[in-house]
Design a protein around this ligand. Structure first.
Ligand code: DC
Length: 228
């Protein structure tokens, strides 16, 4: 395996992807790219422009316009649209409820997949590895990744984690919203959430965050040893 190891991590909302990927990248000295944040940033730009997020034609026509920039330090990831920091607004309820239809638009996906592959090419050129998290990374964006992980967890547990993150008591409503987003993301025509055939499934339901990070770091080490 090359020194610049490429790790693809996919899974549904609330499976723990972001915390796990940041932890693994920080522990192993790799870069980190949150592709969900890029779809959220595009959604923010769509809303700011006054475009209806469910108007697929208008979203498609706009998809190449905003400048979306991701910082890839796992200890301080950043995301901006046209130079403005959007790390807070991308987590708002408004953006969360509009991101699925925006990310289903093929022109949005092709634009953001290009940017994602550029980040990976830059990491390779710099001789540094990268952990990339999303929904279609192992299946579509990086089919040649060195290691593919599919993180999953029981929906009730995912809802509890997400509710704790956002500071709400409404776990039932969070679970319903999570399931609706999963159903939309899994059934869309372009690059649905899927488990790549060669992905290793990690069910995090009964695991602590640190246990998952350690397990994924072990998988990276094993993959490296197998390649020697
Ligand atoms: O991981 P997240 O919840 O921040 O992702 C937000 C949305 O972005 C999610 O509902 C689906 C979409 N997404 C996608 O379609 N493809 C990706 N690679 C990452 C996210």
């Amino acid at each position: 395996m090359p020194v610049a190891v490429i790790v693809a991590v996919d899974g549904p909302a609330g499976s723990g992807k972001s915390s796990v990927c940041r932890g693994v990248a920080a522990a192993l000295g790799l870069r980190y790219l949150d592709t969900g944040a890029m779809y959220r940033a595009m959604t923010c730009a769509v809303i700011q422009e006054g475009i209806d997020p469910s108007d697929a034609q208008a979203v498609a026509a706009f998809a190449r316009i905003p400048v979306i920039d991701s910082g890839v330090d796992p200890l301080a990831p950043t995301i901006s649209v046209n130079g403005a920091d959007v790390s807070a607004p991308i987590r708002s309820e408004l953006v969360t409820s509009a991101v699925s239809p925006v990310s289903a638009v093929p022109e949005v996906r092709s634009r953001l997949v290009e940017l994602q592959r550029d980040h990976v090419a830059n990491a390779r050129e710099a001789g540094v590895g990268i952990v990339v998290e999303g929904r279609d990374i192992g299946s579509v964006v990086l089919p040649d990744a060195d290691l593919k992980i599919y993180l999953t967890a029981d929906p009730a547990v995912r809802a509890r984690r997400r509710a704790a993150e956002t500071g709400t008591d409404a776990v039932g409503a969070t679970e319903a919203a999570l399931k609706a987003r999963d159903a939309f993301d899994s059934s869309r025509a372009t690059s649905p959430l899927t488990q790549a055939d060669d992905a290793i499934v990690v069910d995090t339901t009964e695991m602590t965050l640190q246990q998952v990070i350690d397990h994924v770091c072990d998988l990276v080490h094993q993959r490296r040893e197998n390649d020697v």
